[in-house]
Design a protein around this ligand. Structure first.
Ligand code: ADP
Ligand code: ZN
Length: 528
């Protein structure tokens, strides 16, 4: 008893009740659905969990023909289609993982007018063959999900998305809706121009997630810090821990397991069966912690993730926001916890220096890292910093670490000058450059085989920094890096003075540093 694709629902509200079983629309859903159902274009910026899917699913049910959904998340298409089929929506997908027989059946269904929604990967839609095929059927609308992927300035650029701009020319009468959960003003503009959405109405929701508490701590013994954080604040809760490398996810998961937590690693190097089992345990069991690379979490709709922890510095604020956004979709109190240190900065600068791609690409990565560092080092409200990055002004939130315990700042001009002077002398007098470790040893006058070998004790700055400890100096270097007063270069992260650093050394500029809070976390773990 298939419904003909032409006779669908009388109203958006009816579709919402009868198909999805919800009482009312959320936020701007109703306005967006009206706009697209009436044939208009829309650009939708809405945070994760805001309810973007209904914004194109319901118009597809209201309009004649099939809604074409462009999504880069091939791995999730099956789940999305299954969920729609389960509530009686006629949905299917086309991607490269299908066998020819299945593909042919989906194509027949589309051409026969038997599909409400058809999901398709961007690389496929870019081909002339696919466009000719689609032209033989009846298209209700185009939905372009994860639309920030079209932006070259964004953090997640996918070249296949550029071809989607042609849809406007080819199907001028078909409404198009572009959706994303992360967009700065620059990315928003780029989505609009590259996808030719000049006539679209724009729907920009607040990006604030008030139930998420943002916290950023100085990294020292990160696994112990993490364990302590989970034990004291989130015992028995479901959470995601993000790390940059596969090896780190495995070691960290093993460490948490050894300490009695229900933790599993997840990364692209594990085989598909293991990954699927981990994902389904995370969704179905209580209190599972997944330690993952960024490969985990996209599109996973688990409402009660109570914490997201980052044990390595994310590469961009967009990525950080997207990943932390997976916490607390149910609106209950949740924590976004990040530990970062000097080594993160050095390592990421190195990755940028060594990355393939042109100078413009490296400059973009560098700008992304700088914004992330500014968030980490701010003495003001984290949320204000985060939201202003997305172009949304706000007031101090009272629910982030800097609001709850405002960090003191101190005048770091003298220590900065001592450090810069050491860097400059090494270069001028010895034609040498070193990483933070050696520079700190020199400042503290700490004799090591390496300082002896290079006769560093004869430098004029030998031992002039004995007033600060090793850990404090590392904090100073990290903040000078973040402020762009020193630069870290090459394979070994050797330090060099920047132009701005030169102004500090000459006394033309002062340096304000964040006071590092006491290291209580790791101590309490050792005794437990
Ligand atoms: P997004 O794609 O923006 O991250 P989803 O479309 O996946 O968000 O929706 C997030 C969750 O909210 C889903 O479980 C969805 O079913 C639910 N949801 C969406 N709209 C409504 C609504 N109007 N009423 C109740 N639940 C909704
Ligand atoms: Zn705050």
């Amino acid at each position: 008893q298939a419904r003909p694709a032409s006779a669908k629902f009388a109203s958006a509200a009816e579709a919402l009740h009868t198909v999805f079983g919800y009482d009312s629309f959320r936020g701007e859903q109703a306005a967006i659905i009206d706009q697209v159902s009436a044939g208009g274009d829309a650009v939708v910026l809405m945070p994760t969990g805001g309810g973007k899917s209904l914004c194109y699913q319901i118009p597809a049910l209201l309009r004649e023909g099939t809604g074409i959904v462009v999504s880069p998340l091939i791995a999730l298409m099956q789940d999305q289609v299954d969920a729609l089929n389960a509530v009686g929506v006629r949905a299917a997908y086309l991607n490269s993982t299908q066998d020819p027989g299945t593909r042919a059946a989906v194509e027949r269904a589309y051409l026969g007018g038997d599909l409400d929604l058809l999901y398709i990967a961007p690389e496929r839609l870019g081909t002339e063959q696919a466009k000719q095929f689609l032209a033989r059927g009846h298209i209700a609308l185009f939905a372009i999900d994860e639309a920030h992927c079209v932006s070259q300035w964004g953090h997640d650029f996918r070249p296949d998305y550029l071809a989607l701009g042609e849809l406007a020319e080819r199907w001028p009468d078909v409404p198009r809706i572009a959706l994303t959960a992360t967009a700065t003003e620059a990315t928003h503009k780029e989505i609009t121009s590259r996808l030719h959405l000049e006539r679209a109405e724009h729907f920009v929701s607040s990006f604030d997630r008030p139930n998420i508490q943002y916290r950023i701590v100085e990294k020292n013994e990160v696994r112990k810090q993490l364990l302590d954080f989970i034990r004291t604040e989130h015992a028995g809760d479901a959470g995601i821990v993000y790390a940059l490398s596969r090896a780190t996810t495995e070691k960290t998961a093993a460490f948490l397991q050894a300490n009695g937590l229900n933790a599993l690693p997840y990364h692209a190097g594990l085989d598909a069966g293991v990954r699927a089992r981990t994902q389904s345990r995370f969704l179905r069991e209580d209190g599972v912690i997944v330690v993952a690379t960024i490969a985990f979490g996209m599109g996973i709709d688990k409402p009660d993730v109570r914490f997201v922890a980052h044990i390595d510095l994310p590469k961009s604020v967009e990525g950080y926001y997207q990943e932390t956004g997976r916490a607390g979709r149910d609106g209950e109190a949740s924590t976004a916890w990040l530990a970062y240190g000097l080594q993160d900065v050095v390592q990421q600068r190195r990755m940028i220096d060594q990355s393939p791609g042109d100078i413009a690409h490296r400059r973009r990565m560098s700008a992304h890292l700088d914004a992330m560092l500014a968030l980490c080092e701010t003495v003001e409200c984290r949320r204000v910093n985060l939201l202003s990055y997305f172009g949304q002004p706000s007031r101090p939130c009272g629910n982030c670490d800097t609001c709850l315990a405002p960090p003191a700042s101190w005048d770091g001009t003298v220590p900065a000058q001592k450090l810069l002077s050491t860097v400059v002398r090494l270069r001028r007098e010895r034609n040498q450059s070193f990483g933070a470790g050696q520079i700190i040893d020199i400042l503290r006058g700490k004799q090591t085989p390496r300082t002896t070998q290079h006769q560093h004790e004869t430098l004029a700055t030998w031992g002039i920094g004995g007033d600060l400890g090793d850990q404090q100096w590392r904090g100073v270097v990290r903040q000078l890096l973040a402020q762009g007063l020193v630069a870290s270069t090459g394979d070994y992260g050797t330090l060099a003075m920047t132009e701005a650093g030169g102004e500090v050394l000459s006394g033309a500029r002062t340096v304000s540093l964040r006071h590092e809070p006491e290291r209580t976390a790791s101590r309490s773990t050792r005794s437990s």
